[in-house]
Design a protein around this ligand. Sequence first.
Ligand SMILES: [Zn+2]
Length: 56
Amino acid sequence: MGTTYVSEDELDEYLAAPDCPQCGSDNVELLDSYPDGMGGTVRVWICRLCGHTWTE
Ligand SMILES: [Zn+2]
């Protein structure tokens, strides 16, 4: 039917989930995201395994 119940934003965030730069785990959670002022988006991630937080 061409109808989807998954938001494209949520899918994009899921697909864009990085690996933790500290321990390499992909068990990470998106804490926050905001415009970087240059047309991109800054995302704040936290690793559920080691607790490391970073932005990218
Ligand atoms: Zn980690």
